[in-house]
Design a protein around this ligand. Structure first.
Ligand code: 1HN
Length: 365
């Protein structure tokens, strides 16, 4: 028996350096009766699983993966013929990491799905402990209402739904809207902290004017009597128009970061931290011809291409990408980006959690 490779954990890579336990096979066979008797008491020997539990380096089961929008869009559209929003509650096609099939995970800790809402449809109000982000991919004239305020959404907007905030969505236009949903429910579930509730009506009442959150917190000003209520940013729509303009201005005077290009993180103006307590979010501009230096970090990251074309080498894999394509860089896998034209990438990861728990490691190679 190979003690370094217990069946319940991922196999270590062949090049894993360091201590490999030597196993006295005869002695191990002699212990099997002990193992069986101990198991009756719900006891198990740590030495048979230790190195799979505490690995020398991250060993994500999540693998590098790319979803080309042109290939998945027809399925998102077809889902509308298959089921109504009323029946589905949320009409979402889940992006399943090929290394984690059947688990509704795009990374070990995060969910991603493509939600579509047709003209005239309403996704009914509910709330849950899991936080959600929306990254708008196509369409216009659709809104989300969060905690009593509505916001109209446009492609490239980053919209948050804080933990336990009532939310419903609607499309008042004449074209479908598609966005990417990113949720942290796997983190919530790991901790056994999940609750959800449906609202008795289809929509939750709106009691604040559109633009209220932006006026209160989105103009580098805060009301003098502002009292932070949660760790989630009070700004719940970060419009692409403003983000794109900031990146453009930045690129005119600031030295480019060799690993990230021109990359900005979305912040909570109350405390300067991440916009959401569990999910870190960024937008980056890679100017035409830019080739990033290799980088790796312990947060598995989901990228959504907003504009432009380019490619990324993720571990052994090479992904060519264009607008609306989605790809994943797993924990501790080295990534290099290359931009064929000016390219803009949105990304999110569990770094907001890893930061708080002092777990994050990164390598600038
Ligand atoms: C959810 O509530 C939404 O509110 C979207 O739009 C996707 C995926 C899993 C669980 C809840 C939404 C979701 C979700």
């Amino acid at each position: 028996m190979d003690l370094s490779n217990p069946p319940s954990s991922a196999a270590p890579p062949a090049d894993t350096a360091g201590f490999v336990p030597t196993v006295d096979l005869a002695a191990e066979a002699g212990r099997s009766d002990f193992y069986q008797r101990a198991a009756q008491q719900h006891l198990a020997p740590l030495w048979r699983v230790l190195h799979g539990l505490v690995t020398e380096t991250p060993m994500p089961r999540c693998v590098p993966a790319l979803w080309r929008y042109a290939q998945v869009r027809p399925y998102v559209m077809e889902s509308c013929a298959q089921i109504s929003t009323a029946e589905a509650e949320r009409r979402v096609m889940v992006l399943e990491n090929p290394g984690l099939p059947g688990q509704s995970r795009i990374t070990q800790s995060l969910f991603a799905g493509l939600q579509i809402i047709l003209p005239g449809e309403v996704a009914p109000a509910h709330r849950h402990v899991a936080s959600a982000l929306r990254f708008i991919i196509e369409g216009r004239d659709a809104f989300t209402a969060v905690g009593g305020e509505k916001t109209m959404m446009e492609p490239g907007d980053f919209v948050t739904t804080p933990s336990m905030a009532w939310h419903d969505h609607g499309n008042v236009g004449d074209a479908p809207m598609v966005w990417l949903d990113g949720l942290d429910m796997h983190i919530v579930n790991l901790l056994g902290a999940s609750f959800r509730e449906g609202y008795p009506g289809r929509v939750h009442p709106v009691d604040r004017p559109e633009g209220a959150a932006m006026a209160e917190a989105g103009c580098n000003l805060l009301p003098v009597d502002c009292k932070p209520g949660s760790l989630t940013s009070p700004i719940f729509n970060y419009p692409y128009r403003r983000t794109r303009e900031a990146l453009h201005q930045l690129s005119r005077f600031r030295e480019i970061n060799a690993w990230h290009g021109h990359k900005m993180r979305y912040v909570n103006p109350i405390n300067g931290s991440w916009a959401m307590p569990t999910m870190a979010t960024w937008m980056q501009l890679l100017p035409k011809g830019f080739e990033s230096r290799p980088y790796r970090a312990t947060d598995s990251t989901v990228f959504v291409v907003v504009e432009g074309a380019g490619s990324s080498t993720v571990g052994e894999q090479h992904f060519d990408w264009g607008p609306h394509d989605i790809f994943v860089v797993p924990s501790w896998v080295t990534v290099r980006h290359s931009a064929q034209s000016d390219a803009v990438l949105f990304s999110y990861s569990d770094r907001a959690v890893q930061d708080k728990l002092d777990l994050l490691r990164e390598d600038f190679l």
